[in-house]
Design a binder for this molecule. Structure first.
Ligand code: ADP
Ligand code: MG
Length: 275
């Protein structure tokens, strides 16, 4: 891999390969972060849900975002995914993709995947079929179940089943899974799109302690090969996965640093953690 010529990354087949480093659709992080938000403001009828918010995420980073209800966490994800357009500010995915201008579908296609709080798996399909349906396909061809899968596509599904702790359960109906397993399946469906940046909004809400612990392991595995932004209220869980923690309050960054640093921050204790 060091002769400078063009190689496919291992483990992927035609149609499901990671985008090529010279591909203009590939996020360019050679000279900077994967996500750059600067001075973002979003107003709803004069109320500033985001107020001059600035945030930078490096490639491969795992970032936890905490903060009280109404702090703007979900709105921030809406801006990153193109669902909400900011009134002011800059938002870039890598050096070249302006998130304030690109359509939502294009942002998803370029490699930003988002998991909402409520799982939206297809209950009457199997785990395997759910992953298959979520696969990145040539959009000119209507996705169909049971179309012949390439070996690369099968391998991607097999790898994803391992990652989401559902290997061996691929023929179960999604509707029969526990709440936690449905959440993992939804993360798996995100992974089938091969995103570079993954946004998870309250991924352990409603999970058992055992499921929460396994989700922490899962997220730690995703970091490094992906950039991951996790919004979560469960502070035990955040403590397990945290590297850098950002505290949002009233639409801006109140504090940022290690878990212990933000936990010791007087302003954070005041507005969020309580005394
Ligand atoms: P968080 O996810 O941190 O709890 P949100 O981003 O959901 O906070 O909301 C931030 C603030 O913006 C809240 O006060 C919320 O009521 C308000 N808000 C969010 N979306 C809208 C909207 N579409 N219209 C009006 N107000 C909104
Ligand atoms: Mg929210």
């Amino acid at each position: 891999m060091s002769d400078g010529s063009i190689h496919a990354l291992p483990g992927t087949g035609e149609g499901v390969g990671y985008s090529h480093p010279l591909d203009p659709d590939r996020v360019d992080t050679r000279h900077g972060p994967i996500l750059y938000l600067d001075d973002i403001t979003v107003s709803f009828d004069g109320f500033k849900a985001l107020n001059a918010l600035s945030l930078t995420i490096e490639r491969g980073e795992l970032r936890c975002i905490i903060g009280p209800n109404g702090a703007g966490k979900t709105t921030m994800m809406d801006v990153i995914t193109g669902k909400t357009r900011p009134d002011a500010g800059t938002a870039f995915f890598g050096q070249t993709f302006d998130l304030t201008r690109l359509p939502e579908t294009e942002i998803a296609r370029l490699g930003i995947g988002r998991k909402f709080q409520k799982p939206t798996v297809f209950e009457s399909h199997t785990v395997f079929e759910n992953l298959e349906l979520a696969m990145k396909t040539d959009k000119r061809v209507r996705p169909t179940l049971f179309a012949r899968l390439s070996s690369g596509q099968r391998e991607l599904i097999a790898r994803t089943l391992q990652t989401i702790r559902l290997a061996g359960s691929e023929h179960r109906l999604a509707g029969s899974l526990s709440h936690g397993q449905k959440q993992w399946l939804e993360i798996g469906m995100l992974l089938m799109q091969e995103p570079e940046l993954i946004l998870l909004d309250e991924p352990v809400a409603g999970m058992t302690d055992a499921e929460t612990a396994r989700t922490a392991e899962l997220i730690l595995e995703l970091a490094g090969t992906h950039s991951v932004v996790v919004v979560e209220h469960d502070m035990d869980f955040v403590g397990k996965i945290a590297r850098t923690v950002t505290v949002l309050h009233e639409g801006s960054v109140l504090a940022e640093g290690s878990m212990s640093a933000v936990q010791a921050d007087e302003r954070v204790i005041e507005v969020y953690l309580g005394r």
